[in-house]
Design a protein around this ligand. Structure first.
Ligand code: HDD
Length: 725
């Protein structure tokens, strides 16, 4: 049995700790006594520094090494972050596959997962509106399996040959390299109109899925259609699904926009922080299965990556789980050099004729050669945990040393004979003997030509809140298109999906809500059909929790220490993350005389913003509230609370803290607050929870509000936009 630590043990061999005891050397191992001054001619008598000497090997090496630190960033998905973890099977899938990684319930398979955005450069912000990559590397005993998916189950195009076009159109425009990391520009939307097949996917990209709260709260989809082959040699078609235990949650758009500036590393820090705190993100893992007999039973082609397999027709069979439990030690070697390849599958897993997958299988290996060199699979993070034996040799930066006097097959020693073909042997990859016949032609079959029905299915299946967000997203994006041809034509495409949607967007951005006259798909309709598994509200957590949630506690001198202690200890007990936010980040005194109630806040009000937390709590303490309404900070404090309210976050207050909430939300109707006087009762409305004094009941109610992620009733009842934020 492979322990999940096998990978880490393997990588430890290449890992060096920095230490005081190891004296500095050059890269060729020689100790040099100076790491600061270039060897130069110095005229001490006249107090003049003379020329620096090229002969200095240490200086030359240091500068040369620095000059070559950069490698090409990924042509797409350049911005990302990753972590290691463990994959476990809970219910064997042996009826469908011989892949031991999917059948052996006694195994723990080490994994590395890299999350990413698609369009932005390596230094772009995490929270931009974009599809997120969700790539899993399984280090199985039978070799590497790379499942290179996204957090959206469909794709923009059907044929891999269109990939350079869709990416060119989405990336910054060629004449001025603007805009960075976003699809809100003419070329992207021009492409979307010119390719009716992209209709379904652009609806997903405009939905809340494209602004996730956290990588920990996203689904992952293999997107393409793969196959599984069992020990009897029987094959089925599958789609892979990963569903987060924490539920699927998103930011709101204003929050995402602000975070892009206030904390561009928001998602990567969030993942690291959760793992460091032991709140390991977990996903259920499953497959949708279509038998060979049913391949043609649907009104779409199951090999078309612009289509989902609706879950009412093909339910997901969850049979495994994985968690991320280990941060990388070094970003470059373990994340930037991580390289995935869709064509890497293990025995029991196969491909389909999905035309997008076929092209991907060609592309990924090639891109790794240009980014990392031909020996990229030898790099520690990419190396299999099982033995690798063959006659591939040499190439730039080959590390492995193979002993023996032959490097070809067949050879007189019978060295490294290929394994015997076997359908049953889980160690051996067996090509499935699929029938292939037809004529050569640059075309796809007719079912690939319908593009609207599933866009409608998606839109119909969203909740009202999600539909409004999608309308707003389109209105935002098209507002950034200044070529009227572009936004007017997109409005006509929207009219094919939903006339109400088209009208709303047309009113905002211009254009006429009449159907596109492109003749493709325009007459099709799904008659208002809906399906489960499309709205993210179908993926709320089974057990809502505050684990991994960041809660700001706003304090000034004289705060109520009992309230702060209660919230802090209750959060700690459930894996939540309290953050003390003070008027300053130097010691702040609690009310009373106890010295122990003096605390040093984690941040001050200007350093951190409400966007970076999930909830805000204001404890009582008369002096503290007075400190918080001093002219120097009052505006910022009120902004904190109003912004948290506008972003639908849980807000709590006890004692005198309630007065601050009252002032911040002044003029918002229907918000009931507790009175401070004795006998006042706990009040809860729209996720604003107040109580005269801290209590267990207060904590429970406040935490329930945090755990539900957002208080959408503020939005549906029109309250969230009533205060300036
Ligand atoms: Fe791709 C990277 C996901 C279609 C060509 N892709 C890349 C990554 C993800 C995806 C998550 C980042 C991997 C990492 O973290 O290093 N790509 C997808 C999905 C697709 C898809 C879900 C549709 C189902 N991709 C696709 C096509 C092509 C590529 C059709 C080319 C024909 N993708 C690449 C690439 C990248 C890549 C150029 C850039 C960096 C890399 O591979 O390693 O080869």
């Amino acid at each position: 049995m492979t322990s999940a630590n096998a990978k880490f043990d393997d990588m430890a061999k290449n890992t060096h700790e920095i230490s005081e005891s190891a004296k500095l050397t050059s890269d060729y191992g020689v100790h040099f006594p100076d790491n600061d001054n270039w060897l130069r001619v110095v005229d001490n008598e006249n107090g003049r520094a003379g020329p620096s000497l090229l002969e200095d090997p240490y200086a030359r090496e240091k500068i040369h090494r620095f000059d070559h630190e950069r490698i090409p960033e990924r042509v797409v998905h350049a911005r990302g972050t990753g972590a290691f973890g463990t994959f476990r099977v809970t219910d064997s899938l042996s009826d469908l596959t011989k892949a031991a990684v999917l059948t052996d319930t006694s195994r723990e398979t080490p994994i590395f997962v890299r999350f990413s955005t698609v369009l932005g450069s390596r230094g772009s912000a995490d929270t931009v509106r974009d599809v997120r990559g969700f790539a899993i590397k399984f280090y199985t005993e039978e070799g590497i399996w790379d499942l290179v998916g996204n957090n959206i189950p469909v794709f923009f195009i059907q044929d891999a040959l269109k990939f350079p076009d869709v990416i060119h159109a989405g990336k910054p425009e060629p004449h001025n390299e603007v805009p960075q990391a976003q699809s809100a520009h003419n070329n992207f939307w021009d492409f979307m109109f010119m390719h009716p097949e992209a209709t379904h996917m652009f609806m997903w990209a405009m939905s809340d899925r494209a602004i996730p709260r956290s990588y920990r709260m996203m689904q992952g989809f293999g997107v393409n259609t793969f196959t599984l082959i069992n020990a009897k040699g029987e094959r089925v078609f599958v789609k892979f699904h990963s569903t987060p235990v924490l539920g699927v949650h998103s930011l709101v758009w204003d929050e995402a926009l602000k975070l892009a500036g206030q904390d561009p590393d928001f998602h990567r820090k969030d993942l690291m922080e959760a793992i460091e705190n032991g709140v390991f993100p977990k996903w259920k893992f499953g497959v949708q299965v279509v038998s060979e007999a049913d391949e043609h039973s649907f009104d779409f082609d199951i090999l078309d990556a612009t289509k989902v397999w609706p879950e009412d027709l093909v339910p997901v069979r969850y049979f495994a789980e994985f968690e991320l439990n280990r941060n990388v030690d070094e970003f470059f070697t373990q994340t930037e050099q991580a390289a995935f390849c869709t064509s890497h599958v293990v025995p029991g897993i196969g491909f389909s004729d999905d035309p997008l997958l076929q092209g991907r299988n060609f592309s990924y290996f090639d891109t790794q050669i240009s980014r990392l060199g031909i020996n990229w699979e030898e790099l520690p993070v990419n190396r299999p945990v099982c033995p690798v034996m063959n006659f591939n040799r040499d190439g730039a930066l080959r590390h492995k040393i193979t002993k023996g006097n032959v490097n070809y097959w067949p050879n007189r020693h019978n060295a490294h004979p290929p394994a015997k073909a076997s359908t049953a042997d889980a160690q051996v990859y067996n090509d499935y003997p699929a029938k292939a016949a037809g004529i050569k032609a640059r075309t796809l079959t007719p079912k690939f030509r319908e593009h609207v029905r599933q866009a409608q299915l998606f839109y119909n299946s969203l909740s009202a809140v999600e539909q409004t967000h999608l309308q707003n997203a389109l209105a935002f994006e098209l507002d950034h298109c200044d070529d009227s041809v572009v936004y007017e034509r997109i409005v006509t495409r929207l009219a094919q999906i939903d006339s109400g949607l088209a009208q709303t967007v047309a009113e905002m951005v211009g254009g006429e809500a009449k159907e596109a006259a492109d003749g493709e798909g325009s007459v099709s309709t799904n008659q208002g059909r809906k399906a489960p598994g499309l709205s993210q509200f179908d993926f709320l957590p089974e057990k809502p929790t505050v684990a991994g949630r960041r809660v700001a506690i706003i304090i000034g001198d004289g705060f109520d220490p009992s309230a702060v202690d209660l919230i802090k200890s209750s959060l700690a007990a459930e894996g939540g993350i309290p953050l003390l936010i003070g008027t300053k980040r130097s010691p702040i005194k609690g009310s009373g005389t106890m010295r122990s109630s003096t605390v040093t806040p984690d941040h001050h009000l200007e350093g951190l913003r409400s966007t970076m937390v999930d909830a805000v709590f204001v404890p009582g303490g008369k002096a503290s509230i007075e400190a918080l309404i001093q002219p120097k900070v009052k505006g910022r404090v009120l902004h904190w609370l109003r912004e948290a309210f506008g972003h639908l976050k849980a807000i709590g207050a006890t004692g005198e803290g309630i007065a601050l909430i009252e002032e911040a939300l002044h003029g918002v109707p229907s918000i009931q607050l507790s009175t401070v006087e004795e006998g006042g009762e706990l009040a809860q409305s729209y996720g604003v929870v107040t109580a005269p004094s801290p209590s267990k009941e207060f904590v429970t109610t406040f935490f329930e509000s945090i755990a539900q992620h957002k208080n959408f009733d503020r939005e549906t009842d029109g309250l969230s936009t009533m205060v300036a934020y």
